[in-house]
Design a protein around this ligand. Structure first.
Ligand code: LM2
Ligand code: CA
Length: 476
C-alpha cells in the first residue's frame, strides 16, 4: 500500500542515465534492491523538446534538459503509467527514485512540438500540466533575456540565459507555484528525491522558497532527499546551497578522479573538505553525464582503474555517493541513447526496452564486479570511522571501517600480497569488490589484491559455506 512505511536501503545512488522507466523498474527488482542500492537518479521525467539531429547526435540526450511542460506522459522513456509503476516497483525494493528536475529554465531558441504533443516557443509554454490550467508566457521569464557572458557576475549567472535557455523568473510567485505543483505531483507518485538541475543558476533565496515544506514522501516518509547541482566557484561557492540539500562536489570529483587515474591513492585517506563541504553536505561522484563527455578525467573507458575509483568512493566515508551508469557514445557527445530504432513511432536514438548490459551499448558500470557488492559494504560499515591499516608507496592502501569493514586498493602494477591488522571479527568473508574470499583470524588478514583491483570484506558478508563463497579462492 502506498502509505505503508517502506524500509529504505542505504545511501548509494546509481544514475541510470537515459534508461527508460520499464528498464529502471526491472533493475530495481533484479539488481539494485537485492544488492542494497538505495536510490536511482533517473533522467528528467518531464515533456521535452524533440530534435531529430543536432551537433552530430541523433535525438541528443540533452533534449531532456529543455522542458516543454511538466507533463510526465510520453517522454522518450515511456508513459506516465510506466513512470508510476517504476516508482512503485523501486520503492517496494527499498530504492528511492530521484527525479532530475529542471527548474531554472525551459527551452532554447526556436519553436516546435514537445514529446507529448505540446507546442512550444522559447518564451511560450502554453500547457504546463496537460489540463489547460497553467502556462508560462514571456512575463514569467527574465528579468534577463540575454545569454550569460560574465561568469564572475553573480546576478548574470543567476538571472540570464544559461546556454541560451529561456530563464524562468523564479522570483515570480506564479512560477514558483507551478514548479511546486510539479514537484509535489512527482512526490504524489512516490518520487522520494530530487537532483536539482543547474541550482547555481537559481538564486539561493528562491531555492529556499521553492523547496521548503514540500509534501511528505509516501512510503519512505518525511521530506524528499534533495541534491543541488552546483559547479562551485569563487563567485558562487558550493556552501551557499548547503542549507537546502546536499551539493554536488565537483572539487571532489576532479581531485579523486585525477588521483586515482594517476595511481596516487594515499592522499585520499585524509580526504580534504573539498569545496568547503562537510561529509554530510556533499554529493560525490567519480564522473557524471557531463564530465564524462566534456572533462573525461576518469570514465568507464579507463576500465579497471575507473571501477577501482568507484569502489574506493563507496568504501570511503566522505559524502553521499552517486555511481554513474552510462551508455557508450563513441566520440559523439550529443548522441542519444542506444536503441534498436525499429519500433514504429520510436525513431533511432529513443530508448527501447533493450537495456541488456552485455549485448548493447549500455555500459552498466554499477554492475561491474568491483562495484556491484560495494553498496552492501557501505551499508554494513555505516558511519564508522576510517582507520588506515596499510600502505605501499602511494598507489596501494588498505583501511578498516570501524570493526565492520576492511578494504584494500591496488592502483599499482602487479598483485599486492598484503597481511594487515584489522578489527573485523574472526571469520571467512566474501570479497565484495571481486572474486575470492579471505579469512580474518586473531586481528590479522592476508589478502591478494590484484593490479587495478580491490578487496573489500564486511560484517554480514561472511561465508557460511566457504565452498560457495566467491569461488572458494581462499587467500588466507
Ligand atoms: C546542467 N546542469 O546544470 C546539465 O547537467 C547539463 O547536461 C545541461 O546541458 C545544462 N545544465 C542545462 O540543463 C545540456 C547539454 C547542452 C544542451 C543543454 C540543453 O550539455 O549541450 O544545450 O543540455 O539541451 C543545447 C545545445 C546548446 C544550445 C542549447 C539551447 O548544446 O548549444 O545553446 O541546447 O538551444 C545555444
Ligand atoms: Ca536563473
Amino acid at each position: 500500500a502506498a502509505d505503508a512505511p517502506t524500509a529504505a536501503n542505504g545511501d548509494t545512488i546509481v544514475h541510470l542515465f537515459q534508461w527508460n522507466w520499464n528498464s529502471v523498474a526491472a533493475e530495481c527488482e533484479d539488481f539494485l534492491g537485492p544488492n542494497g542500492f538505495g536510490g536511482v537518479q533517473v533522467s528528467p521525467p518531464q515533456e521535452h523538446v524533440v530534435i531529430p539531429f543536432a551537433e552530430g547526435g541523433n535525438y541528443p540526450w540533452w533534449q531532456d534538459y529543455q522542458p516543454v511542460s511538466y507533463q510526465i506522459d510520453n517522454t522518450r522513456r515511456g508513459t506516465a503509467e510506466e513512470f508510476e509503476d517504476m516508482v512503485e516497483t523501486c520503492r517496494d525494493n527499498g530504492v528511492r527514485i530521484y527525479a532530475d528536475v529542471v527548474i531554472n529554465h525551459m527551452t532554447g531558441p526556436g519553436s516546435g512540438t514537445g514529446s507529448n504533443g505540446t507546442p512550444w516557443a522559447q518564451y511560450d509554454h502554453p500547457d504546463l500540466f496537460g489540463d489547460g490550467t497553467a502556462s508560462y508566457g514571456r512575463d514569467n521569464f527574465g528579468p534577463c533575456y540575454e545569454t550569460i557572458t560574465d561568469w564572475n557576475d553573480k546576478w548574470e549567472v543567476q538571472n540570464c540565459r544559461l546556454l541560451d535557455l529561456a530563464d524562468l523568473d523564479t522570483a515570480d510567485p506564479q512560477v514558483r507555484s507551478q514548479i511546486r505543483r510539479y514537484l509535489n505531483g512527482l512526490i504524489g507518485m512516490g518520487v522520494a528525491g530530487f537532483r536539482v538541475d543547474a541550482s547555481k543558476h537559481v538564486p539561493e533565496a528562491h531555492i529556499a522558497e521553492i523547496f521548503r515544506d514540500l509534501d511528505e514522501v509516501p512510503g519512505f516518509g518525511g521530506q524528499p532527499h534533495i541534491y543541488h547541482e552546483v559547479y562551485g566557484d569563487a563567485t558562487i561557492p558550493y556552501t551557499n546551497y548547503a542549507p537546502y540539500g546536499l551539493v554536488t562536489n565537483f572539487d571532489y570529483q576532479r581531485d579523486v578522479s585525477a588521483k586515482v587515474r594517476d595511481g596516487n591513492l594515499s592522499p585520499l585517506l585524509n580526504m580534504p573538505r573539498h569545496g568547503g563541504l562537510d561529509s554530510d553536505e556533499a554529493l560525490v561522484f567519480i564522473d557524471n553525464h557531463d564530465t564524462q563527455r566534456y572533462e573525461p578525467t576518469l570514465t568507464h573507458k579507463n576500465g579497471a582503474r575507473y571501477h577501482l575509483a568507484t569502489a574506493f568512493m563507496l568504501a570511503h566515508p566522505y559524502g553521499t555517493p552517486v555511481v554513474m551508469s552510462s551508455y557508450d557514445f563513441g566520440g559523439a557527445v550529443a548522441e542519444g541513447p542506444p536503441s534498436t530504432g525499429t519500433e514504429p513511432g520510436n525513431p533511432a536514438g529513443w530508448i527501447t526496452a533493450d537495456s541488456d548490459c552485455s549485448s548493447s551499448d549500455w555500459v552498466c558500470e554499477h554492475r561491474a564486479p568491483a562495484v556491484a557488492g560495494m553498496a552492501a559494504f557501505r551499508n554494513a560499515v555505516g558511519d564508522t570511522a576510517l582507520t588506515a591499516r596499510a600502505q605501499d608507496g602511494s598507489s596501494r592502501v588498505a583501511f578498516d571501517r570501524g570493526g565492520r569493514g576492511f578494504a584494500a586498493f591496488n592502483a599499482g602494477g602487479g598483485t599486492w600480497n598484503l597481511t594487515a591488522s584489522t578489527d573485523l571479527p574472526d571469520g571467512t568473508y566474501e570479497n565484495a569488490a571481486g572474486p575470492g574470499s579471505y579469512t580474518v583470524s586473531g586481528g590479522r588478514v592476508t589478502v591478494q589484491v590484484p593490479a587495478d583491483g580491490a578487496v573489500a570484506l564486511h560484517v554480514g558478508g561472511t561465508c557460511d559455506d566457504p565452498a560457495e563463497c566467491g569461488g572458494g579462492d581462499d587467500g588466507g
